[in-house]
Design a protein around this ligand. Structure first.
Ligand code: SF4
Ligand code: SF4
Length: 329
């Protein structure tokens, strides 16, 4: 960390066991490679399907995420790229505080619902991407702008409907727009910037480090503003920023004594244990992380069964109220 303070996320790992996670171990990748399931989404539409309109909306919602090459790359492909190489100057902010304040304001205008900053802890970087390519950041990319995009509460409350699935897809497309534009902004000022969605690094520990929330029983980031009803993206940069401070209670204070998400999970994928532990359930879990056990295989099997993604553990979660009552006390 070069003298920079490790973020809060490092409290929840056993450094003797934990290793950078290989993204090829995610359930999405392993299922695609080993069983041929590459999608839970229906690709051929039946005009007689009573859900045709909802299905079309749910697929269309992913358009920007799936097709915008500027969204999640450090160098934008093709003509849409504004900055080829580095500009011949570098804009100088008066201080890291001014840079952070500006970055927060700009991120908000690009669509961020929450923004935090953290020194990069390289333990959160994937060891390899799904393509097998080793993940490395340039030495100078020491900071991350971590951003959350809110998803609509009313739409998400209909999970596991196609309306909720469409809102999830819109969340991913908003991530692409936000991360791409934020990275381009920093590059135009002469800084290195790599725009990322779920690629390059785990997003939740980075968001915990950036003070945006804490990981809950449902394996998601719990925020005081929106609970887990957010999507995350980030930009790695060499612009010096200021470490955000986490004011969140410990995960046990929020989730011990609450099993609402586990009860809402039709797949039985979430633990009802009172306390987090070091157990892993499947190859998709990274050893050496203190958390409530989560079985992504059961979760994904349920998605395959219903033919869409599920957000029951997002919709049901009362984290906003639980965090709010703890922060007041
Ligand atoms: S997304 Fe649905 S199936 Fe997966 S853990 Fe959450 S509630 Fe369970
Ligand atoms: S539903 Fe309850 S236990 Fe589950 S993540 Fe939310 S607050 Fe934690």
């Amino acid at each position: 960390m070069d003298g920079r303070t490790p973020g809060r996320g490092s409290r929840y790992i056993d450094p003797g066991v934990h290793r950078r996670f290989d993204r090829r171990m995610t359930v999405f990748h392993r299922r695609a490679v080993y069983t041929g399931f590459d999608s839970y989404s229906q690709e051929r539409f039946d005009p007689a399907d009573p859900e045709l309109l909802e299905l079309a909306e749910a697929r269309a919602a992913w358009l920007l995420h799936d097709n915008y090459p500027g969204g999640f790359r450090d160098s934008i492909v093709g003509d849409c790229r504004l900055v080829h190489g580095r500009p011949p100057f570098r804009f100088r902010f008066h201080s890291p505080e001014e840079a952070a304040s500006n970055a927060r304001d700009v991120a908000e205008r690009f669509g961020a619902s929450l923004t935090g900053f953290t020194a990069v802890d390289s333990r959160w970087l994937y060891s390899r991407e799904r393509s097998g390519t080793p993940v490395e950041l340039p030495e100078e990319a020491k900071w991350a702008v971590v951003m959350a995009v809110e998803m609509d509460r009313d739409l998400m409350s209909t999970s596991p409907s196609l309306r909720a699935a469409a809102e999830s897809g819109r969340g991913y497309s908003r991530m692409a727009s936000l991360a791409g534009a934020m990275g381009e902004y920093l590059r135009l000022l002469g800084y290195y910037a790599r725009s990322c969605g779920n690629d390059t690094s785990l997003s939740i520990p980075l968001a915990v480090d950036a003070g945006l929330g804490i990981m809950g029983r449902n394996g998601l980031l719990l925020t005081s503003e929106f609970g887990p009803r957010v999507r995350l993206c980030k930009v790695f940069t060499d612009l010096q920023l200021v470490q955000s401070v986490s004011e969140y209670p410990e995960p046990e204070e929020i989730c011990s004594g609450c099993t609402v998400c586990a009860e809402a999970c039709e797949a039985g994928a979430l633990s009802r244990d009172d306390r987090p532990c070091w157990d892993t359930l499947t190859g998709s879990n990274n050893p050496g992380v203190l958390r409530w056990p989560f079985d992504p295989e059961k979760c994904f099997d349920y998605w395959l069964k219903i033919g869409r993604d599920c957000s029951n553990c997002i919709a049901a979660c009362p984290a906003v109220a639980r965090i709010g009552s703890l922060q007041k006390s």
